[in-house]
Design a protein around this ligand. Structure first.
Ligand code: DGY
Length: 331
């Protein structure tokens, strides 16, 4: 029997993909890079499933180019702001993601940024590597600030935010948070967190860490007005999506020392362009979107993405469905 055709937008070399090779005629669009839209439109013709990464924009043109066989778009990511969910739902196409598989890895990375910013880890490393450490121990060399006992603000206390909160407990931090909806007293007590208004969160955090998904209503949620409200000695950390912050306003705030620094793993435009003014700043740590980048997590993400896709095409429930409105249509 002829196998159903599915497309994987780029080479993903992790355990889960082998599952798919057992069942489907798998087409990889590109070996390493994200394919162009034109190439994707050509390659998706008549496929039943698309497995994509967060770098490919899957819009209605791609869905229409695939045609009526297309039943599932499975993203090898937890964020799904790169997929037009409305267009998919309208066409009865299931969208699946990797749910909370990457929460612990992303929380680890968030905490690495907090510690690295507070204790000037990157500056100290470069100073040592570049042979500038010539005069032995000095009482005032790379003085940082305490993480232990300071106040951590979490914007968005979902899976990743909660994993960050658990780590912060070990550092005896006061943990404050803001969410669309305040959590139950039981969860607040368990995590030892205190709900605050958005403004209070900005005003009281020593470290403000962003963990909201990118939605239409939180695009540029952190702009000049918000940055002005933060403490001058505070640090902003973003491992969610770049566009939650207005990057130009942040650059202005960092240049003018409205805040002490920022640790960023995500940007408005990725990869970061060589003319981006963030690259000229001294009070930042910039990473190339590494939140979930551990071998264990990426393997598990690939398995979940593969199982999601296979389950939909076998009339079974996926592990994580994004457009839950379609759940009832499914066996
Ligand atoms: C995701 O999956 O949304 C993450 O940003 C990848 O690290």
């Amino acid at each position: 029997m002829e196998r159903k055709k599915i497309v994987i937008t780029r080479k993903i070399n992790f355990t889960g993909i082998d599952i798919l090779k057992n069942y489907y005629d798998v087409i990889f669009i590109d070996k390493t890079e994200s394919p162009t839209k034109t190439l994707m439109m050509r390659k998706v013709k008549n496929v039943y499933g698309i497995l994509c990464t967060l770098s490919e924009r899957i819009d209605s043109d791609i869905m229409d180019a695939a045609g009526s066989n297309l039943k599932v778009i499975s993203t090898f990511s937890t964020g799904y702001d790169h997929i037009d969910i409305y267009a998919a739902t309208k066409r009865g196409i299931y969208v699946t993601n990797t749910g909370n598989v990457l929460s612990e890895a992303t929380a680890d990375l968030t905490f690495s940024l907090i510690l690295a910013l507070a204790r000037k880890i990157v500056d100290g490393h470069l100073y040592t590597m570049n042979g500038k450490w010539k005069k032995g121990w000095r009482p005032d060399l790379f003085l940082g600030t305490n993480v232990y006992g300071s106040t951590l603000g979490i914007l968005g206390l979902g899976n990743i935010g909660r994993a960050v909160a658990k780590r912060a407990q070990g550092f005896n931090m006061k943990i404050i948070y803001h969410n669309r909806h305040q959590l139950s007293k039981t969860i607040e007590d368990k995590l030892n967190v205190t709900f605050m208004t958005f403004d209070e969160l900005l005003e009281n955090s020593d470290f403000l860490s962003i963990h909201t998904s990118l939605e239409k209503d939180n695009f540029h949620l952190i702009d000049s007005k918000e940055l002005k409200k933060m403490k001058k000695k505070s640090f902003l950390i973003n491992t969610s999506r770049g566009s939650v912050i207005n990057e130009n306003s942040l650059i202005h705030a960092l240049k003018n020392k409205w805040i002490a620094g920022a640790g960023l793993d995500v940007f408005e435009k990725e990869p970061l362009q060589s003319h981006n003014k963030l690259l000229k700043l001294k009070n930042v740590i910039l990473l190339p979107h590494l939140g979930s980048a551990t071998v264990q997590t990426r393997n598990r993400m690939s398995e979940v993405a593969a199982i999601n896709l296979h389950n939909i095409l076998s009339n079974k429930k996926p592990i994580y469905l994004v457009n839950t409105e379609l759940e009832d249509n499914h066996c």
